[in-house]
Design a binder for this molecule. Structure first.
Ligand code: HEC
Length: 231
C-alpha cells in the first residue's frame, strides 16, 4: 500500500492524484487495448489484399519500364499484322530460344520441364498426356487462342497464379505476337485476326451503320403512322 502510494505520488505529484492517475492509466490501457484490437483487425483486412500486390509488382515492371512500353501499346491484332506472316513466324522462331530449355515444339515431342507445345495453339489448355500440370493451369480451361496466348506470355504468373512455369514473361507485344504466330504455325493455323489501320475505313463503317439506323427509324415511323391514322 505505502509503496504503491509513494510511487503514485511520484508520478502524479499529489496523494489525491493517485486515483486520478489510476483512472487515467486505466483509460490509457483501454485505449492501447483498443488500438491493438483495431490493428489486429486491420491487419487481417489488409492481409486479404496482399496476394494481389505481387501480381502488380511482379517481374514484368523492370523490362516494361526500361523498354519504354508506353501507355499506348498496340493491340494483339495490330502486332499480328505488323509484318508479313512469314517474317513474323521467323521472328517467333528466334524468340522461341527463350522457351527451348523447357519445351519441345514438334508435334508429339517429349515433355520436358514444360509440356510439348506441338499443336498447342488452337488446342485445349493443359491437355498434353503424361504431363503433370499445376492445378491452377488445369483450372484455366478453354482453348489457346490469340488473346489467351497473349495474356499468358505477357506474365504467366499473373495470368495463372500458381503456375509451374518459371518464366517472367515477355513485356513486348511484338515478341508475344511473333511467338504466338510461330506456335500457331506448329499448331492449328488459326486465322490471323484482321486489323484495320485506316481510321477513315472505320469512320465509313460507322457512317454506314448510322445510315442503317436512320433507315430503321424511318421504317418504324412509317409503321406507326397508319396505326395513328386509323383513329
Ligand atoms: C523454366 C521452364 C519454362 C520456360 C523457360 C518456358 N516454359 Fe512454358 N511451361 C513450363 C511449365 C512447367 C509449364 C506447365 C505450367 C503449369 O502446369 O502450371 C508450361 C506451360 C506452357 C504452356 C501451356 C501448355 C498447355 O499444354 O496448355 C504454354 C503455351 C507455354 N508454356 C509456352 C511457353 C513459351 C512460348 C515459352 C517461351 C517464351 C515458355 N513456355 C517458356 C515451363 C517453361
Amino acid at each position: 500500500m505505502t509503496q504503491d502510494n509513494s510511487s503514485q505520488e511520484n508520478a502524479a505529484g499529489q496523494t489525491g492524484g493517485g486515483d486520478l492517475f489510476n483512472t487515467a492509466a486505466g483509460w490509457v490501457l483501454f485505449a492501447a487495448g483498443l488500438g491493438l484490437g483495431l490493428s489486429i483487425l486491420s491487419g487481417k483486412f489488409f492481409h486479404g489484399d496482399k496476394p494481389e500486390r505481387p501480381e502488380k509488382l511482379g517481374y514484368v515492371i523492370e523490362g516494361a519500364v526500361e523498354e519504354g512500353a508506353g501507355p499506348a501499346e498496340m493491340s494483339m491484332a495490330e502486332a499480328l499484322n505488323m509484318m508479313p506472316a512469314v517474317e513474323l513466324v521467323a521472328a517467333g522462331e528466334k524468340a522461341y530460344s527463350k522457351c527451348q530449355s523447357c519445351h519441345t515444339i514438334d508435334a508429339g515431342g517429349a515433355n520436358g520441364i514444360g509440356p510439348n507445345l506441338g499443336g498447342v495453339m488452337g488446342g485445349p489448355v493443359a491437355a498434353k498426356g503424361g504431363f503433370a500440370y499445376s492445378a491452377e493451369m488445369k483450372a484455366l480451361g478453354g482453348t489457346w487462342d490469340w488473346d489467351k496466348m497473349n495474356q499468358w506470355l505477357k506474365n504467366p504468373k499473373a495470368y495463372v497464379s500458381g503456375t509451374k512455369m518459371s518464366f517472367a514473361g515477355l513485356s513486348k507485344i511484338e515478341d508475344r505476337a511473333a511467338l504466338a504466330m510461330y506456335l500457331n504455325s506448329k499448331g492449328a493455323n488459326l486465322p490471323v485476326p484482321t486489323f484495320v489501320a485506316d481510321a477513315a475505313a472505320a469512320g465509313g463503317e460507322e457512317a454506314a451503320s448510322a445510315e442503317e439506323e436512320a433507315g430503321a427509324v424511318a421504317e418504324a415511323e412509317a409503321g406507326t403512322d397508319p396505326a395513328a391514322a386509323t383513329e
